[in-house]
Design a binder for this molecule. Structure first.
Ligand code: ZN
Length: 312
């Protein structure tokens, strides 16, 4: 397959702050606004997750797919402090995953067991579903309201894209198609990305049929990325719509907002009794952030001071 010359590059070329080689999410509408679409490239941030957690290939594929999905779903968050969290609980070797995305297109995540045996569906095709196993997918959207929104579904296959599709259909009642891909060589991750296609409620039946047919024969995301397609071009190829509208292009990255102050606040929420227990250890305590592996040390003195603070 070769790139069609007619594919529009305008949106990329016209934005001076945008790096066409980097990770980004693009949001678009097509077919007279009847379809909304997201596509992303997350290659660098997946490499960062592998560097932080030392993920084995199948763990990298599972976490990478979930991070791409969460980043695209996070595009609907409105306020700066809004977050979306996806928790996969599975009985497979990975032992589950947690991924958090922010309104600014930052993402962080971890697998409970970062190093698991790699199994394949067929040569070159990692068996993510087996590593995830059977279980549930929970999505929590914290949008600054009194109660966060929460939806929970059974995993369909553990392959992540199908599970997110099912979640969107059942919990959010939005008919969607989700495609996610992470490809690897012996050197590590070569490509990672995905797309989410959603029908607007008033989409006519013939458009639904057309889209189903189009998606049915559409190449895998990994294949397209290996062939050099960027997220804009993947959507162009899918829709073949000269009137596709790109609304926004957002750079995305792996980022963890943890800090000593946050860790201290977490410690304070433990309450007096647990803190007193921790304060009994003369060597203090070391806390490790699950998302970025940064370590924070609190001495016995500091914990005792927190206890005093709590009692005031
Ligand atoms: Zn952290």
């Amino acid at each position: 397959m070769s790139l069609n010359n007619s594919i529009k590059q305008n949106d990329i070329d016209e934005d001076p702050t945008f790096s066409p080689e980097g990770d980004y999410i693009v949001r678009a509408t097509a077919k007279k606004g009847m379809i909304r679409a997201f596509a992303c490239r997350t290659t660098n941030l997946c490499r960062e997750a592998v560097r932080i957690h030392g993920l084995s290939p199948v763990a990298a594929a599972a976490l990478g797919r979930l991070m791409s999905g969460v980043l695209m779903l996070g595009q609907d968050l409105k306020n700066d402090n809004d977050t979306i969290t996806a928790i996969v609980r599975g009985d497979g070797a990975l032992g589950g995953m947690t991924v958090v995305g922010t309104a600014q297109a930052g993402v962080r995540g971890y697998c409970h067991n970062p190093v698991v045996e790699t199994t394949y569906h067929k040569p070159g095709k990692l068996d993510v579903g087996q590593a995830v196993g059977g279980g549930t997918l929970t999505v929590i959207k914290d949008m600054g309201l009194k109660e966060p929104y929460m939806g929970k579904v059974e995993l369909v296959s553990g392959e992540i894209a199908e599970d997110l599709t099912y979640y969107l259909a059942v919990s959010e009642q939005v008919p969607s198609a989700v495609a996610l891909g992470v490809s690897m060589s012996s050197e590590g991750i070569t490509h990672s990305g995905g797309m989410i296609i959603q029908l607007m409620p008033d989409a006519p039946n013939d458009l639904i049929d057309w889209l189903e047919q189009r998606l049915g024969g559409f190449p895998e995301i990994s294949y397209l990325m290996e062939e050099g397609f960027n997220p804009h071009q993947i959507l162009d190829l899918l829709f073949g719509d000269p009137d596709i509208v790109y609304h926004q292009t957002t750079p995305c990255s792996y980022s963890c907002p943890c800090s000593r102050e946050r860790m201290e606040r977490n410690l304070m929420t433990l309450g007096t009794e647990d803190l007193r227990h921790l304060a009994a250890d003369p060597s203090g305590i070391e806390l490790e952030c699950h998302f970025c592996d940064r370590r924070y040390n609190f001495s016995q003195n500091e914990i005792e001071e927190m206890l005093v603070g709590l009692q005031e």
